[in-house]
Design a protein. Structure first.
Lengths: 116, 111
């Protein structure tokens, strides 16, 4: 089956620093990747949608200059949280949609970010 | 506006009892509905999609366009069904056909 990995699985950083999270589709090509944020015991909140080779489309209320998304290849997308603050602490999940015409999204295991 | 409503935040049943997780949607277009499940400490994964009309792990879900519902049902719940269940609606057009998510229902199946 389709596998999506994320790295790192958890990260602790100091306030004001930047953190990069990688999302990779391991055995399929992902034309579209989605970045979500999930707070404890809450639903997923879509942050942005990225297509390979083009700029990401951000959801309303998500700061594109703070959450930089790059989708440079069909197997890799990155989310960089710039100048992180404690309120950015959350669980970040990526998902990928393949090129084969199948329509479901495959989810990564998530990255736990803690900003101190 | 498009919306997915899961009215129950928590549903607790005993093993062997029937279970129904409710999902209602609001969408003027042609809906595609999904159920995703997240077991403890595992990633989110697709459970069912309405187009397939399949039964997975004993779960079924029927799209009722009249009632705009896509409730998830299982006649006899098992302890291993305990998980978080999310109903999702895929829009038929626009913006990479993103998913609109419900808030989720935590199912606890007690022995």
């Amino acid at each position: 089956g389709a596998v999506v990995s994320q790295h790192p699985s958890w990260v602790i950083c100091k306030s004001g620093t930047s953190v990069k999270i990688e999302c990779r589709s391991l055995d399929f090509q992902a034309t579209t990747m989605f970045w979500y944020r999930q707070f404890p015991k809450q639903s997923l909140m879509l942050m942005a949608t990225s297509n390979e080779g083009s700029k990401a489309t951000y959801e309303q209320g998500v700061e594109k200059d703070k959450f930089l998304i790059n989708h440079a290849s069909l197997t890799l997308s990155t989310l960089t949280v710039t100048s992180a603050h404690p309120e950015d602490s959350s669980f970040y999940i990526c998902s990928a949609k393949g090129t084969s015409g199948r329509y479901e999204q495959y989810f990564g295991p998530g990255t736990r970010l803690t900003v101190t | 506006a498009q919306r997915v409503t899961q009215p129950e935040k928590l549903l607790s049943v005993f093993k062997g009892a029937p279970v129904e997780l409710k999902c209602n949607y609001s969408y003027s277009g042609s809906p595609e509905l999904f159920w995703y499940v997240q077991y403890s400490r595992q990633r989110l994964q697709l459970l069912l999609r309405h187009i397939s009309r399949e039964s997975i792990k004993g779960f079924t879900a029927d799209l009722n366009k009249g009632e705009t519902s896509f409730h998830l049902k299982k006649p006899f719940a098992q302890e291993e069904d305990s998980a978080m269940y999310y109903c999702a609606l895929r829009l038929s057009a626009g913006n990479n056909r993103k998913l609109i998510w419900g808030l989720g229902t935590s199912l606890a199946v007690n022995p």
